[in-house]
Write a protein that binds this ligand. Structure first.
Ligand code: NIG
Ligand code: FE
Length: 418
């Protein structure tokens, strides 16, 4: 079954891999033929109309089953990719906002029984059904704002059994059709459980939890919260090196609250992506960049916490490659990548095309599609994952932080109206 989309407005395709305007954009009037889950061809609507005889007598082509969709000049952008989420957890931490306004720090809130530990307790007692239901609702919510694929971390279990359960439930969600696909990450090193010491927990991660995750093949990557007060640089290195030996791709949370040396470790281990990175000094950023480490900015977190924005102009001037992601978690309850892009464009002077690349083509490099086919770009032979902007200008994808900027999303070849 083919669907032929004609009369597109401007189409951001990122086909060349470069993200300059000339290399990334088709002018008005192109069309896309989708065959199954793949983009079969991209050409002008006039050619497609003639080839498929869309306004004339039937041809051989027309005997094949197909549907035609007139885009009426709506702009097109790739399916959005969220390269950093904490998707599965239960409970509610809204009261922490009051605590923060009363002057308590993240670490103090944690000591009071809030923070990650609170969510761990709520998640451990939640049923499988509840977690799957929450996960499904969240995937649907993300799809509504154009996400076609996301990375999802475990990390609210913190025992071998409960971390494996979260990864298994994530896999179950990944088998559900018509919602974004998932790239699964083990993050047992998200926090140290209350009933143990940091050294004992790291030891159990290395001897028990990580080997079980590797043996069961439940995650593509490993992530560590490398931050003073959580996992030290040495502990993070031990865990990441062991994960790499077990065949996992590496990711890190670094320098979120302070420059704790996480960015340096990311560069020396050449991890795929080092995220947050707010307090990473410029010389470390440059070393990360030389080591091909992506910087994953998570603007929803400073937004939610009331912290200052990173200095994006200097980062862009230095040509540092970056992605943007939601960091969806109990403190940062949004899955909207258009909102992340808007924060960058409308608050941090990032060009809309740069913001869009950070949630599409760049994000694809740190979170490949499970099928192995290209995504985050609109190219022949690539995934038929793209968004139809509700309007004639692609920039709108980055300028509508509340309602979805999209009239519909094509997800694995299937049109979904919003
Ligand atoms: O990426 N920083 C560590 N983890 C999450 C927050 C987790 C939580 O507060 O529950 C993050 O921001
Ligand atoms: Fe995170």
């Amino acid at each position: 079954m083919r669907t032929i989309y004609i009369n597109a407005g401007p189409m951001v395709h990122f086909g060349s891999g470069n993200t300059g305007i000339e290399d990334s954009l088709h002018g008005v009037g192109m069309g896309i033929v989708v065959n199954g889950e793949v983009v079969e061809c991209i050409k002008s609507s006039d050619e497609l109309t003639a080839e498929w005889s869309l306004d004339g007598p039937p041809t051989n082509h027309q005997q094949e089953e197909h549907a035609v969709f007139d885009l009426r000049g709506q702009a097109i952008v790739p399916g959005l990719i969220d390269g950093h989420t904490h998707l599965l957890w239960a409970g509610d931490r809204s009261r922490e906002v009051s605590w923060r306004r009363e002057g308590k720090s993240y670490a103090e809130i944690s000591a009071l029984g809030g923070g990650i530990q609170h969510t761990v307790n709520q998640t451990r007692v939640a049923s499988d059904d509840l977690l799957v239901q929450l996960g499904y609702q969240r995937l649907r919510e993300a799809l509504r704002t154009g996400t076609t694929h996301m990375e999802a971390k475990s990390g609210y279990g913190l025992t071998t059994e409960s971390e494996l359960r979260l990864l298994e439930l994530t896999e179950r969600l990944n088998r559900i059709a018509h919602v974004p696909s998932i790239d699964s990450t083990w993050m047992g090193a998200h926090d140290v459980p209350n009933d143990t010491t940091p050294n004992a927990y790291v030891e159990s991660l290395m001897s028990d939890q990580l080997p079980a995750v590797i043996e069961q093949g439940l995650a593509r990557s490993a992530d560590v919260f490398c931050e003073p007060g959580w996992f030290t640089v040495e502990q993070s290195e031990d865990i990441l090196v062991a994960a790499r030996k077990g065949g996992l791709d590496l990711r890190m949370h670094v320098d979120e609250f302070t420059d704790g040396g996480g960015g340096e470790l990311a560069a020396s281990l050449r991890v795929s992506t080092a995220d947050h990175a707010y307090h990473t000094p410029m010389d470390t950023r440059l070393r990360m960049s030389e080591a091909s480490v992506n910087t994953g900015f998570l603007p929803g977190t400073p937004y939610a916490m009331g912290d200052p924005w990173p200095d994006m102009s200097t980062i862009i001037d230095h040509n540092i490659g970056f992605t943007l992601a939601s960091d969806f978690n109990p403190n940062c309850r949004t899955l909207s990548l258009p909102f992340m892009a808007s924060l960058m464009v409308q608050r941090c002077s990032v060009h809309p095309l740069e913001a869009l690349a950070a949630i599409t083509v760049n994000a694809a490099n740190v979170s490949p599609h499970p099928s192995g086919i290209s995504h985050g770009r609109i190219v022949e032979g690539g995934a038929a994952n793209f968004n139809i902007v509700d309007g004639p200008h692609w920039e709108a994808a980055t300028l509508r932080p509340t309602a979805t900027p999209f009239s519909g999303t094509v997800l694995n070849g299937r049109y979904i109206s919003h």
